[in-house]
Design a binder for this molecule. Structure first.
Ligand code: ZN
Length: 232
């Protein structure tokens, strides 16, 4: 991985972000060739799925949405990672990954924080950094990136940078129905930035807190789902 990162930098594709100020974890800047490559992929996708099709329309929704959107979608309460800290060296990691990496064949998806904490103790799992077996309890951390709207202290309201781009599509479904000549089945496609406040370690541009998404939601008649499923 280090070789790839160094090569991508040397050839002007991708630079570590904020480098002269010590960098920022998991943040990367695209250089000249990186930008051209990224834009080419983006434009080919847009041509394939929007411009060349009769059943797809485009959308570019805002990154900041009313906080109620994320409450209604379940992200405010349910969009979480279970994290655990080493009390000795303060190494922080995802508890599910820690357990699955250390215990062969175990699957922990859907387990509560209490059950995850118990598994870490039961299997005598040690810290990958320092080797000690002294962890905090597992805690839930929300992945939504919070920010504040307003300039007067004490009168600011919490907003979230979008954690996915699909919500903007669902919010505009009725606008699209009312203004575009569409009939079921049809899709709404979108590209843009999304943000997740997650623990990621050394996975280069494959896993970052700020990233580009390209996706469409395809709306169908429920009774025709098999036909549409086959088609795609
Ligand atoms: Zn440790």
């Amino acid at each position: 991985m280090e070789e790839i990162v160094a090569l991508a930098k040397r050839r002007g594709f991708i630079y570590p972000s904020s480098d002269i100020y010590g960098g920022l974890a998991n943040s990367w800047d695209f250089g000249h060739y990186g930008t051209l490559l990224k834009n080419n992929i983006r434009d080919l996708w847009w041509k394939t799925f929007v411009l060349d099709r009769e059943d797809m329309v485009g959308l570019d929704a805002s990154i900041m949405l009313n906080a109620k959107v994320w409450e209604a979608s379940g992200h405010v309460t349910g969009f979480t990672d279970s994290l655990i800290d080493c009390k000795n060296c303060h190494f922080r990691t995802r508890a599910d990954h820690l357990i699955e990496n250390k215990v062969e064949g175990i699957k922990v998806e859907g387990l509560s924080v209490g059950e995850l904490t118990r598994l870490v103790k039961e299997h005598g799992i040690s810290c990958p950094k320092c080797g000690k077996k002294d962890f905090t309890d597992v805690r839930k951390f929300n992945l939504l990136f919070e920010t504040k709207m307003g300039i007067i202290e004490g009168d600011k309201s919490t907003l979230y940078l979008r954690g996915e781009i699909a919500q903007g599509i669902f919010l505009n479904f009725k606008n699209v129905i009312n203004t575009m000549r569409v009939s079921l089945p049809f899709g709404i496609a979108q590209q843009g930035k999304a943000f997740r406040n997650e623990i990621t370690m050394g996975q280069f541009v494959h896993r970052t807190m700020e990233f580009d998404l390209m996706e469409f939601e395809y709306f169908i008649r429920p009774e025709a789902w098999e036909k549409t499923f086959e088609y795609w």
